[in-house]
Design a protein around this ligand. Structure first.
Ligand code: RP5
Length: 167
């Protein structure tokens, strides 16, 4: 069967709709780089059966990476990683009570054998998870690699063009 050229390559999942404010930064980056992606709320605690089926089907549906964001007792990335070999990129959402330290430690402290690549707390982590996913895809998706190179070149030019902070 010929693969659908617009089938998502990256899944963005989050534990709650309230995480979208953070996770939209991942979506915006993937969109800008031309990476096909999907977005879904999947809660480790409130919809565990959905989590299991999403993770079990991710590889066969063609997903090459899953960006998973959650806050507080942030079990979503680790539980997805437990059920699929598709690489999981974890984004700690900044919680109100503990500023995201709870989310960070919940995601980063995985036991040996089930890895989750863990990013910074909040918007920077969501953006960087998307850039990392694009970099993973770049080796066999030349258009994504070119878009990533162009983004980085623009970013560098922007810093150099505004290198006097007084102006
Ligand atoms: C986590 O609990 C979610 O990832 C979210 O960051 C946090 C709070 O969820 P809501 O109470 O806003 O739905 O599962």
């Amino acid at each position: 069967m010929t693969p659908n050229p617009i089938a998502p390559l990256v899944g963005i999942v989050m534990g709650s709709r309230s995480d979208w404010e953070t996770m939209q930064h991942a979506a915006q980056k993937l969109e800008a780089l031309g990476v096909p992606f999907e977005v879904k709320v999947v809660s480790a605690h409130r919809t565990p059966d959905v989590l299991f089926s999403y993770a079990e089907q991710a590889g066969s549906r063609g997903l090459r990476a899953i960006i998973a964001g959650a806050g507080g007792a942030a079990h979503l990335p680790g539980m997805i990683a437990a059920k699929t070999a598709v690489p999981v990129l974890g984004v700690p959402v900044q919680s109100k009570a503990l500023n995201g330290m709870d989310s960070l430690l919940s995601i980063v402290q995985m036991p040996a054998g089930i890895p989750v690549a863990t990013f910074a707390i909040g918007n920077a982590g969501a953006s960087n998870a998307a850039l990392f996913a694009a970099a993973m895809l770049a080796s066999d998706q030349p258009a994504i690699g070119q878009a990533l190179d162009a983004f980085r070149a623009r970013q560098t030019e922007d810093v150099m063009a505004h290198d006097d902070p007084r102006q």
